[in-house]
Design a protein around this ligand. Structure first.
Ligand code: CAA
Length: 383
């Protein structure tokens, strides 16, 4: 029996800031952000969206009544959740009208946890092949205004339906994992912004990729030429490019050209949204599959997942004949319809976003076009 990703869908906010404009405001050369970091636009998350509403907005459009009846496991992976106790997945299951018999849990290991959720879901479906599992990576990436990490913020959620005989990607049972205690990026409970040793974190990312990728090649007796494309966690899109470049010396000139061309498709949407933390690798996969005309059924796709702290995993999936049917094909149009805010508006929304919401206070949600919005708080319960 084959198990894997049957459907994928993405949600972000309806607002973005232009990175050249942000670079100007921070007295940086625009090309530092556009080329050096590899970001053109960055999602700006208004107070009316949090990781729960983003997750529900990502999953809702792709689920049929049949899916809803079959889902018995819901995993929301996040490192920017709304509660230290209650799982985001419980709110999401309610918003989506899922069965009360479904297991609902939240998972955390920085940007890596959606991969842990996906592997858990795949194993669950291997044991219960008539069921389906919903895995969502949902995050809002915050480093702070005027910080070095500021151009690598963003936010959004990627929802994936895991099933037997999936439409999109069969997951191969071939993961190589590396985890160790590393202080490259963390966020103590009392901080609303991440603490990060930026250059160190980028170096650890490459070290982890090299470790798990080389171990994979050895364990599987595989070769770089076996892959149609490699996809990466994209905290900023230049990071994935650096990882890809680190293995290109193993490739022929023709293979290098092909892998680099696929990578440009894989980073297209992340360039316009920024970091999603848990969802970033999967937005890269979605971007590749939606944008790249040169992929075909049977292609082997490599996936590198990285979460600071640190945990890395490399695994592969086999592209299925009708993969386009499971994808969020309207995504390019939705991104193009977003509304641009200027730097002053972005700063105001950033400062307002995580503020304590007084009881009975209504948030300004009327202009938010998403299906699910946060409207305020009553008795310290989010509405
Ligand atoms: N034209 C073109 N390129 C330019 C340029 C210009 N005018 N000016 C600078 N650049 C290039 C630099 O040469 C550099 O390129 P390389 O990395 O290839 O050398 C790039 O732009 C960035 O410049 P700096 O290194 O000077 O940038 P910085 O010190 O301001 O910060 C950063 C960069 C460290 C990534 C910072 O944004 C940061 O801390 N980000 C958050 C941490 C992060 O994303 N880490 C990634 C790994 S951790 C992870 O993956 C988990 C996660 O999601 C957080």
């Amino acid at each position: 029996m084959q198990v894997g990703i049957d459907k994928m869908h993405f949600a972000t906010s309806h607002l973005y800031v232009d990175m050249a404009e942000l670079a100007d405001a921070r007295q940086q050369a625009p090309d530092k952000y556009l080329i050096g970091i590899g970001q053109s636009q960055m999602a700006v998350i208004p107070p009316s969206q949090d990781t729960v509403t983003l997750a529900a907005n990502a999953a809702y459009p792709m689920l049929t009544a049949e899916d809803i009846a079959a889902i018995d496991l819901v995993v929301v992976a996040t490192e920017s959740g709304i509660d230290n106790s209650k799982a985001a997945a419980i709110y999401v299951a309610k918003l989506l009208g899922l069965s009360k018999r479904a297991r609902t849990i939240e998972m955390k290991e920085a940007c890596y946890a959606a991969t842990a959720g996906l592997q858990l879901a795949a194993d669950h479906i291997r044991v219960h092949p008539t069921k389906k599992a919903l895995v969502i990576g949902s995050d809002i990436a915050r480093y702070g205004l005027n910080s070095a990490g500021e151009p690598t913020q963003g936010g959004g959620a990627v929802a994936m339906l895991v099933s037997a005989d999936p439409q999109i990607l069969v997951l191969n049972d071939d993961s190589v994992v590396l985890s160790d205690d590393v202080m490259d990026f963390w966020r103590p409970l009392y901080h609303t912004e991440a603490l990060v040793d930026g250059k160190y974190s980028s170096n650890i990312y490459i070290d982890y990729f090299q470790d798990v990728f080389q171990a994979y090649l050895k364990e599987q007796s595989a070769d770089l030429a076996d892959f149609a494309a490699l996809t990466f966690h994209l905290p900023y899109t230049k990071m994935g490019l650096k990882a890809l470049r680190s293995v290109l010396p193993m490739a022929t000139t023709d293979q290098q050209t092909t892998l680099l061309a696929h990578f440009e498709h894989a980073r297209r949407f992340s360039r316009q949204v920024g970091n999603l933390y848990t969802g970033s690798l999967y937005l890269g996969l979605l971007s590749l599959l939606v944008s790249d005309p040169d992929l075909k059924a049977g292609d082997l796709i490599g996936l590198f997942s990285y979460g600071s702290g640190a945990e890395g995993e490399f695994y592969t999936g086999r592209l299925q004949p009708n993969y386009q049917r499971g994808l969020d094909l309207e995504l390019p149009q939705r991104l193009a319809r977003r509304q641009r805010v200027n730097v002053a508006e972005y700063e105001a929304l950033f400062n307002h976003q995580l503020q304590w919401i007084a009881d009975d206070q209504q948030l300004d949600y009327q202009n938010d076009p998403q299906r699910f919005v946060l409207t305020g708080q009553v008795n310290e319960q989010r509405q």
